[in-house]
Design a protein around this ligand. Structure first.
Ligand SMILES: *[C@@H]1O[C@H](CO)[C@@H](O)[C@H](O)[C@H]1NC(C)=O
Ligand SMILES: *[C@@H]1O[C@H](CO)[C@@H](O)[C@H](O)[C@H]1NC(C)=O
Ligand SMILES: *[C@@H]1O[C@H](CO)[C@@H](O)[C@H](O)[C@H]1NC(C)=O
Length: 329
């Protein structure tokens, strides 16, 4: 059967439009996951914390601060029993100090050589004279794949007097040298499936809070990283899953800023954990936690390990909640 010629043109047109759209998405100056500014959101006054979450808050151990433990005092059994299964974050002091990476990765030429021609997703941020800080709240401009050499050149030569910065996040570590420079945390790798081992290099900027259904272990090879974390039992206190216009896996709040509690009154009851992880230390972030981080050094190099959640049940429960099982109607 012959295909009518007009139809061929229609298909061709559709393909061209799709392609143009793709190009637009890749090269335009729009950050598609653009942060919805909290001031533009209508918040109804009758939003309440669901009884399920109230129950969870009462039953779970309340943390005022993130516990710390030295790497040499951490056994797999202790970690499993006292932290992993109880969803408690943990700073592991000296968690990466003995890695070869700790000594080697400060040298940009070594990294350049090791990464070679591997393509990295490099992102670029701009700020204007007036705003003191970089943020990726809708200001992401360049994001393209390129080499480490390009990244290094841009970081050294093209920052427009500090108004521009470049970073890459969670790039999979595939080079043999680099793999040998790090040590997987045995206490996690032995029991959970490792989904990602990635490297991040960035400078100070305000990032968005992130939610993941993965257990995370972040090691600070260089610099210092400040984290604000919120347990998933305070999901409604941070207005996640209660505002119709927002995806249930997004919070409209910025944990590093003063939140307007007239508008977001529930936030006053949210427990926000604050921790600074120093060079050589690592942080365990339990699955389903909200995390927002900020670099408190000129530059930071991090290695991030992600694992399947230790609890299939918790995984299914949170998925179901995000798909609306708590709604009455
Ligand atoms: C920065 O620019 C100078 C001059 O163009 C060049 O010699 C140098 O190699 C550049 N830096 C990098 C990392 O490429
Ligand atoms: C490095 O950056 C400079 C200035 O932006 C540019 O002229 C040069 O071609 C770059 N070199 C490489 C190797 O990318
Ligand atoms: C806080 O929110 C309330 C209610 O939306 C608004 O009237 C007030 O102007 C806000 N305050 C600030 C400091 O933005």
């Amino acid at each position: 059967m012959a295909i009518p010629r007009n139809l061929v043109y229609v298909f061709l047109l559709a393909i061209i439009i799709a392609f143009a759209g793709m190009i637009y998405v890749i090269y335009s100056e729009k950050d598609l996951t653009s942060f919805i500014h909290s001031s533009s959101i209508e918040v109804q006054e009758n939003i309440m914390v669901h009884p399920l979450f109230q129950q969870l808050q009462e039953q779970m151990q309340k943390l005022d601060e993130v516990p710390r433990l030295d790497f040499k005092d951490l056994s797999p059994k202790k970690f499993y029993k006292e932290y992993l299964t109880r969803n408690i974050p943990l700073v592991v002091e000296n968690g990466c100090k003995q890695w070869p990476a700790f000594k080697k990765w400060g040298d940009m030429s070594y990294l350049e050589q090791s990464f070679g021609s591997q393509s990295l997703y490099i992102q670029r941020l701009e700020r204007n004279d007036k705003s003191r800080i970089f943020q990726n709240y809708g200001m992401q401009i360049y994001n393209r794949r390129n080499t480490f050499e390009y990244f290094k050149n841009k970081t050294e030569n093209d920052t427009d007097g500090g108004l521009v910065m470049y970073f890459f996040q969670n790039e999979m570590i595939v080079n043999r040298n680099l793999i040998h420079d790090i040590q997987k945390p045995n206490f996690l790798s032995k029991i959970l499936r490792n989904r990602l081992t990635g490297m991040t290099m960035w400078a100070p900027f305000v990032r968005k809070p992130e939610y993941k259904d993965k257990e995370r272990y972040v090691c600070v090879i260089k610099g210092s990283e400040q984290f604000r974390m919120v347990s998933p039992v305070y999901k409604h206190e941070i207005y996640s899953g209660v505002l119709e216009e927002l995806d249930p896996e997004i919070t409209p709040l910025n944990f590093f800023q003063r939140v307007n509690t007239t508008k977001f009154p529930l936030y006053e009851r949210a427990k926000v954990l604050n921790i600074i992880v120093d060079e050589g230390d690592c942080l365990f972030v339990p699955a389903f936690y909200w995390v927002q981080s900020h670099t408190v050094a000129e530059e930071a190099i991090l290695v991030n390990f992600e694992y399947e959640s230790h609890s299939e049940l918790a995984n299914l429960l949170f998925k179901a909640i995000d798909h609306g099982i708590l709604e009455d109607d």
